[in-house]
Design a protein around this ligand. Structure first.
Ligand SMILES: O=C(O)CCC(=O)C(=O)O
Ligand SMILES: [Fe+2]
Length: 378
């Protein structure tokens, strides 16, 4: 199996659109990953971001830590190398996380102390960014905001094509999207053999010579992920788990974005479109890898019961037409998925739990009352 490429230009031409829709349906329901070419994002919007990344991550640690994630109840900010855990192993990456700018509605209601009931705790994930204030990366905020705005527009346009490819009425998926889209600027560096022997490294890292950039996971932050691989094409690392349980390389292809479905998409489609398991495995060497995933947001109050009608009408998996439904490798099926597996019925709560488990220092500081519940619920 290989990862298909969807040429977005073909959607504009009535002679190529039907085949494109068929290819997209196949990619969504039977592969779970695709490259999107001719996506229409302005070249300078992408290039400005790509150019900013090495300068951003070369800043001294105290400068980066001036916007540390732990300062933010919204999990927006900088996390240093080795602070994130996926599949119980420390990831060899550092990252900045931003979102489209939103007010801290939860904080506002709670601190106002009015009689109105507090919003659910998970609404606290929404809030303002921490923008770093440094001169070494000129126009940084503007570059990130332009990229986010372009991705929000692309994600909505692509979602309409997906809606049509799955034979759904126009706009029927749009109502599941939420107010907050998130983006990460990520820098990977393989651990040297000596550092992988330190106390933080786990014995279960994928192999003794490669380091875990990010461990096997299904994206939990959003609905669909649009990933920019922002290093030289010779720098590999991203791998996708096929339905047969085989890890496939997804090398950078200039001019494309890699798209995959997140956990909410799998739930909304009743398992017809699987959220595909992926990881970044860094071959040994001295190099830097940069990537920028954009996660299209999900409506936080979405519950599984909201989806029943859609499942019955369009994603009845006992009906013919969804050829490979339910097929997934054992490794993929065993990936942690609190919304998928039914323990948490509301999307926002499942997302909060995932965030707390991945960034425990933030959880302890801002979510003390629910920390133990979410950490030890498996
Ligand atoms: O860096 C990459 O290529 C993938 C990152 C990723 O999968 C994630 O952060 O969810
Ligand atoms: Fe991911």
């Amino acid at each position: 199996m290989s990862i298909p490429t969807i040429d977005f230009h073909k959607a504009d031409d009535a002679t190529t659109r039907p085949q494109l829709l068929q290819d997209l349906r196949h990619a969504l329901s039977e592969v779970g990953f695709l490259y999107l070419s001719n996506h229409g994002i302005g070249e300078s919007i992408v290039q400005d971001l790509v150019d900013a990344l090495p300068r951003l991550f070369a800043l001294p640690d105290p400068v980066k830590e001036s916007v540390a994630l732990v300062n933010s109840p919204h999990f927006l900010g900088y996390s240093k190398f080795g602070s994130e855990i996926t599949a119980r192993v420390r990831d060899q990456r550092e990252q900045f996380e931003f979102a489209n700018e939103l007010p801290d509605r939860y904080g506002f209601v709670v601190s106002a102390g009015t009689d109105s009931p507090s919003p659910p705790l998970y609404t606290r994930l929404q809030g303002p960014n921490q923008w770093p204030n440094f001169s070494e990366v000129p126009r940084f905020r503007e570059i990130v905001e332009s990229y986010v705005a372009a991705m929000q527009d692309l994600a909505m346009r692509f979602l309409e094509l997906v809606t049509e490819a799955l034979d759904l009425p126009p706009h029927s998926l749009e109502r599941f999207t939420g107010p907050q889209d998130r983006i990460k600027l990520v820098h990977y560096r393989p651990s040297s053999p000596s550092s992988s022997a330190d106390a933080t490294a786990q014995p279960s890292s994928p192999s003794s010579s490669s380091s875990q950039g990010v461990g096997p996971h299904k994206d939990s932050s959003g609905w669909m992920t649009f990933l920019l691989q922002a290093s030289d094409p010779s720098i590999r690392g991203l791998q996708v788990l096929s339905k047969d349980g085989e890890w496939l390389d997804a090398p950078p292809v200039p001019g494309t974005l890699v798209i995959n479905m997140g956990q909410a998409f799998e739930v909304v489609t009743n398992g017809v479109c699987k959220a595909t398991t992926h990881r970044v495995l860094l071959p040994p060497g001295e190099y830097d890898r940069y990537s920028v995933p954009f996660f299209q947001g999900v409506r936080p109050d979405l519950t599984k019961s909201d989806l029943k009608a859609l499942w019955d009408r369009h994603f009845d998996t006992s009906a013919k037409g969804w050829k490979m439904v339910g097929r997934e490798s054992d490794e993929g099926r065993n990936i942690d998925g609190p919304f998928l597996r039914g323990r948490y019925d509301t999307w926002g709560e499942a997302q909060l739990r995932t965030k707390i488990r991945s960034h425990r220092d933030v959880g302890l500081r801002w979510y003390k009352d629910v920390f133990d519940k979410y950490i030890s619920d498996d």
